[in-house]
Design a protein around this ligand. Structure first.
Ligand code: 6GU
Length: 222
């Protein structure tokens, strides 16, 4: 899968793309992420990518010219062009899974008060939000989207089976995990986990999941 990110803050993604599970997916060639500085498509000497909004108001708005030029250069037939914005469709596991099956995504990160509406009307296919809070720009949201969908690309997550047992694919929150030592500062690991009785362990874990979900996210049980 190929992903192109267009942003005013390309360096925000540096560490994110080289570390951890995602870095391995990129190394293995299953995922290729290219980060582009929007300013490379500006044409004036100040490299202006934004301007004040018509009609007045606070903040700055991304200008159409560099964004159209960027998307027109990077897009391929059949690719999905996505704008990250707090007024987009909420990101869900289903959406992350669907996007992970695309061949090519172009992700546009906006900033400040937004982007010229003509961009959204013409060269954007889908608008995605990562939650009901506002970030200063969409670059971290693009990172979140990439991370969420990379987990659905076969071979990117080390162990395939962790996908199916984790939170939200099952609609239950996770059970508690423990590792060595069995006793730490007077706190013991629950006896059942040391018993080797896998049927009983499964039962215990499921009960903890239901208990945790009822406490923290009762809406998921409805
Ligand atoms: Cl996609 N962008 C910004 N700027 N803020 C957000 C967001 C996106 N999703 C939630 N908050």
């Amino acid at each position: 899968m190929r992903i192109d990110v267009i942003t005013l803050f390309p360096r925000m993604l540096d560490g994110f793309l080289t570390e951890s599970i995602l870095g391995k997916g990129i190394e293995s060639g299953r995922l290729a992420v290219n980060v582009h500085d929007l300013r490379q498509w500006t044409t004036d000497k100040h490299r202006t990518a934004d301007d004040r909004p018509f009609g007045g108001g606070a903040g700055m708005v991304l200008k159409p010219e560099p964004v159209f030029a960027a998307i027109e250069q990077l897009q391929t037939p059949g690719c999905r062009r996505i704008y990250l914005t707090p007024d987009g469709t909420p990101l869900s596991p289903a959406l992350a899974g669907e996007l992970s099956r695309q061949q090519h995504l172009v992700l546009l990160s906006g900033h400040y008060e937004g982007i010229d509406q003509r961009i959204r009307d013409t060269v954007i296919d889908q608008e995605v939000s990562i939650g009901d809070y506002v970030l200063t720009n969409g670059t971290l949201a693009a990172a979140v989207l990439i991370d969420a969908l990379a987990r659905f690309i076969p071979g990117v997550l080390g162990e395939e089976k962790s996908l199916t047992t984790e939170s939200f694919t099952s609609k239950l929150l996770d059970f508690p995990q423990y590792t060595r030592p069995a006793e730490f500062r007077g706190m013991s690991v629950p006896e059942i986990l040391l018993s080797g009785n896998h049927a009983e362990i499964e039962k215990w874990r499921h009960a903890r999941q239901v208990e945790k979900t009822r406490q923290v996210r009762p809406d998921l049980l409805k």
